[in-house]
Design a protein around this ligand. Structure first.
Ligand code: NAP
Length: 296
């Protein structure tokens, strides 16, 4: 019988999960992964994940099943999901009932910024967690350095952003976030009751980002502002807007906030946790560009 403690990861085949789950498996840990689709379930089983649960985190019964027998868990709310707050509250309550030893929550940098809808939701979940009596650790990543956002750069030589191009933002490499999440989950005693801001070095306007991309690719990268409403239509289709009202609301709040204010953090905490400098945006682009060229 397998008696190794189970680590639950929600949103397990998303941007973070795709990196964290293989890292946990490589470290010899027993993983229970929650996803929505059977395609993701199959991909995770093929990687060697011991337990894969397919279901809807918006369903409290599924959450109860997911947390049963778990020693620790990493909860990531799926991007732009209208039930993100209820999912967070329900999994905290279920984890407490099930006696989960350590609840690690993937939140966001400056969750207190309540004019950003998805931040306010995470602020509320953080508060619920703090009040739960559970042992916890909260990770607060800055804007992800996301490989899919580089696709148009590599293919069309244009970087697109849906807010004011002259506003500064801080970003973080998800490989660094994964390294921290791995340490927190596998060496919990060092990280109990901690809240960590996870931020890479530097602050960048869209034009700064364009300059880094131009330097790494060796050819001029154009920077372009796209209309958030058009972005949402492209992502969710021309169907009944009521079906994606939440996503539109979140996106509008991002465009407004990030067009009127910079979104900045400090890399010290991430550097201390990693025991090295956090990955720079330029190093991230080099890594992704090398991978892209190797596949061509
Ligand atoms: N993007 C950023 O810059 C940024 C920065 C800081 C914080 N965040 C926050 O990070 C979180 C997202 O993290 P991420 O990008 O790693 O996740 P993600 O890629 O959005 O997660 C996708 C995963 O969630 C699963 N999923 C989707 N809906 C589900 C449901 N109803 N029930 C169960 N599983 C479901 C998907 O399953 P399938 O694979 O089966 O489809 C997939 O595996 C969000 O809360 C976001 O606000 C984002």
């Amino acid at each position: 019988m397998n008696t190794r403690p189970i680590i639950l990861v929600t949103s397990a085949n998303g941007n973070q999960g795709k990196r964290l789950v293989p890292r946990l498996l490589a470290g010899g840990h027993r993983v229970r992964a929650c996803v929505r689709s059977s395609a993701s379930a199959e991909a995770l089983r093929n990687q060697g994940v011991q337990e894969v649960l397919v279901g809807d985190l918006a369903d409290p019964a599924f959450i109860h099943e997911a947390v049963r027998g778990v020693s620790s868990l990493y909860h990531i709310g799926p991007t732009l999901h209208p039930a993100e707050r209820a999912m967070g509250f329900n999994i905290i309550d279920a984890a407490r009932e099930a006696g989960v030893g350590h609840f690690v929550f993937s939140s966001v940098l400056h969750a207190i910024t309540t004019d950003l809808v998805q931040h306010e939701i995470k602020r509320d979940i953080e508060e619920h967690l703090l009040s739960s009596g559970l042992e916890f650790t909260i990770l607060q990543p800055a804007n992800y350095m996301l490989p899919p956002r580089l696709k148009p750069v590599f293919e069309e030589h244009v970087f697109r952003l849906s807010w004011a191009l002259e506003r500064y933002q801080s970003m973080v490499d998800l490989d660094d976030v994964t390294e921290v999440a791995f340490s927190v989950l596998t060496d919990p005693a060092r990280h109990l009751a901690a809240t960590y801001e996870l931020v890479g070095p530097g602050r960048f306007t869209a034009y700064d980002i364009g300059q880094v991309l131009t330097k790494v690719l060796g050819s001029e990268i154009r920077v372009e502002r796209i209309d958030m409403a058009a972005f949402i239509r492209a992502r969710f289709g021309e169907g009944d807007p009521v079906t994606f009202a939440h996503q539109s609301q979140v996106s509008a709040s991002i465009e407004k906030r990030y067009s009127n204010h910079d979104f900045l953090g400090n890399p010290n905490v991430l550097g201390w946790l990693l025991g090295r400098e956090a990955t720079s945006f330029e190093a991230f682009v080099r890594k992704e560009y090398e991978a892209y060229q190797a596949l061509k």
